[in-house]
Ligand binder design. Structure first.
Ligand SMILES: NC(=O)c1ccc[n+]([C@@H]2O[C@H](COP(=O)([O-])OP(=O)(O)OC[C@H]3O[C@@H](n4cnc5c(N)ncnc54)[C@H](O)[C@@H]3O)[C@@H](O)[C@H]2O)c1
Length: 280
């Protein structure tokens, strides 16, 4: 086996042996997520759909939860041709139906090993002119919605023995940028705090919890936010160390890493996948 979860004595012996002889290490096995069940909120579009595609391609079974029933139908059609994908149209603001959907897909797919909270909304406007209804709404989707799914998924993640929680953050939290996204940025900060506390709570059960924080990626979320797309592309590339726009595959790869045995000792962290925009 790949050697995760070794008892202390065995780990010490292995460390000692390292000095004398080469260690057997199977990189493919460490990154293998085949046969695992991944529940992905926001899976109908953008980064959520890209991750679903990657997980199915890697032999995992996926369940997509999203508010967009048409988007889900299309996603399921495409994904089912390649592997196992089930979908549930839910609004993560509705605690009861969302939690029922999590339990349903768990019984349909045989448990949950990976929970990815990706669903989010992006209202814009200066904090000085806060619309309080909109503020509560973004907190409901981007923060409360994450707790809703994880409460329902936790018994299955504990049962898994290699449970993984990946909550979506954003570089915007570290940058306080762009202007006009203050409420959204606050929710992404909340996710960092929540995930760090969660990592302590769930660690003893062998469950890890991390934040995946994208930089700027060309999804629907970006469309409509900027009038001049070319100027925005140029600005992003200028601010990044890596001189290309990020692709959705960059996020999918990071998600596979965090979900795999390769990351079984990584928890409470925020992984910034931003081409070197921020170094925190
Ligand atoms: N694209 C970027 O540049 C970027 C940058 C930083 C962080 N992120 C984060 O990545 C994640 C994915 O963003 P994306 O760019 O793919 O956006 P997206 O808009 O393409 O996808 C978001 C998904 O969430 C779903 N959703 C929205 N409200 C919902 C609700 N109430 N219930 C259930 N589903 C709901 C949408 O239908 C959509 O499928 C988000 O958490 C976002 O904050 C994205």
């Amino acid at each position: 086996m790949g050697g995760f979860g070794r008892p202390a004595q065995e780990a010490r012996e292995m460390g000692g042996r390292l000095m004398d002889e080469p260690l057997a290490f199977d990189a493919v096995e460490r990154f293998d997520v085949s046969g695992r069940v991944a529940v992905i909120t926001g899976g109908a579009h953008g980064l959520g759909l890209a991750m679903a595609t990657a997980f199915v391609g890697a032999g995992a079974k996926v369940a997509l939860l999203d508010i967009d029933a048409d988007g889900l139908e299309l996603a399921q059609k495409t994904l089912s041709a390649r592997g196992t994908a089930v979908v549930r149209a839910v609004d993560v603001r509705d605690v009861k139906s969302t939690q029922a959907a999590v339990r349903e897909v768990a019984s349909e797919l045989g448990g949950i090993d990976i929970l990815i909270n990706d669903a989010a909304i992006f209202p814009s406007g200066p904090l000085a002119e806060t619309d309080f209804e909109e503020l509560r709404n973004v907190l409901d989707v981007n923060v409360v919605g994450y707790v809703t799914t994880l409460n329902a998924a936790l018994p299955y993640l504990r049962e898994s023995g290699r449970g993984r929680i990946i909550n979506f953050g954003s570089v915007t939290f570290f940058l306080g940028y762009p202007d006009g996204l203050g409420a959204y940025i606050a929710t992404k900060g909340a996710i960092v705090g929540l995930t760090r506390a969660l990592a302590r709570e769930v660690g003893p059960a062998g469950v890890t919890a991390n934040v995946l924080a994208p930089g700027a990626f060309p999804t629907r979320a970006e469309q409509g936010l900027y009038e001049d797309q070319e100027a925005f592309d140029a600005e992003v590339i200028e601010r990044q160390s890596v001189k290309r726009r990020g692709s959705v595959e960059d996020i999918a790869a990071a998600a596979i890493f965090l979900a795999s045995d390769a990351a079984s000792f990584v928890t409470g962290q925020t992984l910034l996948v931003d081409g070197g925009w921020t170094f925190n």
